[in-house]
Design a protein. Structure first.
Length: 51
């Protein structure tokens, strides 16, 4: 059974699609070499989370 809330009905995004997008966003902003997440700014510099 799928339960829709107000945001689902206005945005048209299913829970599965939202989960997929969230996982992809995390994957993009994770440095496999240092094993840490980072924020990337428009100028290209990276600020690692927790610094």
């Amino acid at each position: 059974m799928t339960v829709l809330n107000e945001l689902d009905s206005t945005c048209g995004i299913s829970d599965d699609e939202l989960t997929q997008r969230f996982k992809e966003a995390i994957r993009i902003k994770y440095d496999d070499e240092t094993k840490r997440a980072y924020l990337e700014y428009p100028d290209g510099r990276r600020e690692y989370v927790g610094e």
